[in-house]
Write a protein that binds this ligand. Sequence first.
Ligand code: TPP
Ligand code: MG
Length: 668
Amino acid sequence: MNSQAAALKPVAAVSEREMANAIRALAMDSVQKANSGHPGMPMGMADVATVLFSRFINIDPTMPDWPDRDRFVLSAGHGSMLQYALHYLLGYEDMPIEELQRFRQLGSRTAGHPEYGHALGIETTTGPLGQGISTAVGMALAERMLAARHGADLVDHFTYVIAGDGCLQEGISHEAIDLAGHLKLSRLIVFWDDNAISIDGPTSLSTSMDQPARFKAAGWHVQSVDGHDTEAVGAAIEAAQQSHQPSLIACRTVIGKGAPNLGGSEKTHGAPLGDAEIAATRENVGWAYAPFEVPDDILFAWREIAGRGQAARRDWEQRLAASPGRQAFESAVAGRLPDAVFEALGAFRKEHVEKATKVATRKASEMALAAINAATDLTVGGSADLTHSNLTITKGMARIAPDEYTGRYIHYGIREHGMAAAMNGIALHGGFVPYGGTFLCFVDYARGAMRLSALMGQRVIYVMTHDSIGLGEDGPTHQPVEHLAMLRATPNLNVFRPADIIETAECWELALKSESRPSVLVLSRQNLPMLRQTHRDENRSSQGAYILREPAEHRAVTLIATGSEVEIAVAAAERLETEHGIAAAVVSMPCWELFEEQDAGTRKAVLGSAPRIAVEAAARLGWDRWIGDTGAFVGMAGFGASAPAPDLYRHFDITPEAVAAAALKLII
Ligand SMILES: Cc1ncc(C[n+]2csc(CCOP(=O)(O)OP(=O)(O)O)c2C)c(N)n1
Ligand SMILES: [Mg+2]
């Protein structure tokens, strides 16, 4: 705790109203100083947050990552000053008053929106509306699953969310609410900041939704309260904690509450109140203190709350120390995968080089997963209703069901975006390594949450099958073209497109070991031959690209390909050699990002100095990085079509003949 706290003494009984006014003042003063930010939401929800923190929440600022803490998610991330004010008031050591004074400035912990990893106690990044509530569903699910495995003595906490009108209007909220209601995630409690205002004005401009009815229909426990009536809010939280369903507490509030002229108006949403209105607000709520000044008695009242959480944490530590399951719990929470996983994958690779197993890479992924899932129970699988296409379930994986959380397979339903956000929440919560599948084309639907996996550096593994025109008859609506470019453009995301069963196992290994980066496994529907000559212990995919075929003579051309097109490149190289006497090397490049991280010498040794041709059944965008000014590209120039896959490859001219012709044109 902040050293200042020890010196604080209670002067007189402090009311929750005064504690809430401290939030209001810090929010309006910080926004004013930054000349940017959102005072309305923190001022409107100050009373609700005060009741939640002063009476209920169990967190310990001196140990912010204590595993059994309650989780708090500010889904309405624009109200970040609510979170920062709370952290200062509670005494997080990395949130002194100076951080509030540096709100929204370069290098401060007080970024425009709460950023996971920037300050202690921020459980997830929010700001893109709807993400927080949907991530929280994953946290609440992980809590139930971890409790089912390790018992209520070690895992028994709530996930509290503050969501605004915007969060509930976003489509992702529908997916998340439906999933949470179905799974009866009773430890999830959402406060809706029901202020009927968003940026453009009253929400009646764009919605007539009966939100309580919507939540009820999805299986939630629903209450509506006056969000400024602290007793009503407290009673509602108590009732929500008792419910066997997830809970919505609709809190009717006034945006910018306390501001005498602007309160209730969209003008308080995202702009400083201005000096005159701030002075009037101070007068109105009876806050006679200077900017950034919180009197000792009020600060003391806030810091006492932290003492309650600290005591709860100490009790929990004693239970953990006495628990026979301690070691298992600690290694699960640390996300430590046993060596057996990687030994199994090594043996798997050896076996399938010897057998020259020819399968689709989605099938290879299923086979690798069987080995992985048998060696650890940390992995938790799922699919957005494409389990038997994505091949994400393996033998013995029981399903997660309402009130039945011992399993490890999640039927996410047809909710790609909700699935991705829930996986973020599961990974952030800790205790599991989530993976989930859909068709590659539908990463578009999951994109908002996938971007946050990357921004937050979470080990979430996306199993994206049906990765090109190679899926055939379903046609262009299902055939990804531009998706690889979009994924590769995303920072801190590894995009793996393995060429055969061996690379698939290697890429799974790399994804599991990427503890601070999400991975996308891009997998084929169609069968692909095993391309390795011999087994090596080394994981060749780990450097991102490697020479699969080196001609005996000096290279005249280098063919670079990924996934299903590596087979085509190999056939083209053979054709060039036998029919034209041209020495062609083939580079398999399952992961651009890892190759980019190699030193220049390694990259040069792989790519060579001969002209290069890239082969990928996708958009060209980005490939010029690897083929240079003198290179050529064989791939897709537009959308695909509906036909059997071999016909499509011929139709779009992605064939050994086309690659060989491009090579001849380049070098002769
Ligand atoms: C996905 C997404 N779309 C748009 C925005 C921009 N935006 C930020 S806050 C906001 C309005 C939110 O309204 P509400 O949740 O009611 O917040 P309040 O005005 O009550 O604070 C919008 C459109 C965003 N942050 N995220
Ligand atoms: Mg609103």
